[in-house]
Design a protein around this ligand. Structure first.
Ligand code: FMN
Length: 203
């Protein structure tokens, strides 16, 4: 059966740089027989997590917020690999993808925490995201990944992957300012295509 990759695009711009790279990832993956679907977050009704904990009754418990995330959960569960593509805003990921990531809490179940005076180890988190391969695409205006804040976003995705037990197959990140500018960066476009290939062949 063909592998499935879901790409989460988080730029609000038509012809966004991160979106262009995400589409290169898709092209690379499709060349190697992978089914690719895309979720373009901007314009979707995705509300913030309210920390109601309704999703923390069990792993099977769904988020109770009735918005566009409802249809995305099953698509995330079915995917072998997830690609997150976001511009850097204010030294980290865009607001669009942060809302999305917070709502992915519903795909994890933390279990009952041991009493504070207990010596019991904390249970490993149960999650529907575990075992999936991840790819990350970041674009930013500054020329330096540290000054731009891209490193903060990289750290966020690394921590998230560790927490849910998934493996980051690759990061593609680079500088581009105006919409579409990244298309002229042959090296980044190639890296993005190769990330798609790696996800298709390793996922
Ligand atoms: C609200 C806003 C905040 C931004 N913050 C940063 C930043 O902190 N660091 C940076 O290097 N670039 C920043 N940028 C520039 C974008 O990251 C850059 O233009 C990027 O290529 C946009 O990607 P996109 O075309 O996929 O939307 C910001 C742009 C906007 C609109």
């Amino acid at each position: 059966m063909a592998k499935k990759i879901i790409i989460i695009e988080a730029s609000p711009r038509e012809n966004g740089n991160s979106t262009i790279l995400a589409r290169q990832v898709a092209a690379g993956a499709r060349c190697f027989g992978t089914e690719v679907e895309t979720v373009h977050l901007h314009g979707m009704d995705i509300r913030p997590c309210t920390a109601c904990d309704a999703c923390q009754v069990s792993l099977a418990a769904d988020c109770i917020i009735d918005d566009d995330m409802k249809a995305v959960y099953s698509r995330l569960r079915a995917a072998d690999a997830i690609v997150y593509a976001t511009p850097i805003y204010w030294f980290t990921v865009s607001g669009q993808i942060k809302l999305f990531m917070d709502r992915c809490f519903a795909l994890t179940y933390l279990g009952t925490p041991p009493a504070t005076d207990s010596d019991e180890p904390v249970e490993t988190v149960e999650t529907d995201l575990g075992g999936k391969k991840l790819g990350v695409v970041l674009t930013y205006g500054d020329v330096d990944p540290f000054a731009s804040g891209a490193v903060n976003a990289i750290r966020t995705f690394q921590d998230m992957a560790r927490f849910v037990g998934s493996e980051v197959v690759g990061f593609v990140y680079g500088s581009a300012q105006g919409p579409g500018e990244v298309a002229g960066n042959d090296d980044l476009m190639k890296q993005a295509f190769n990330l798609g290939r790696a996800l298709a062949t390793e996922a």
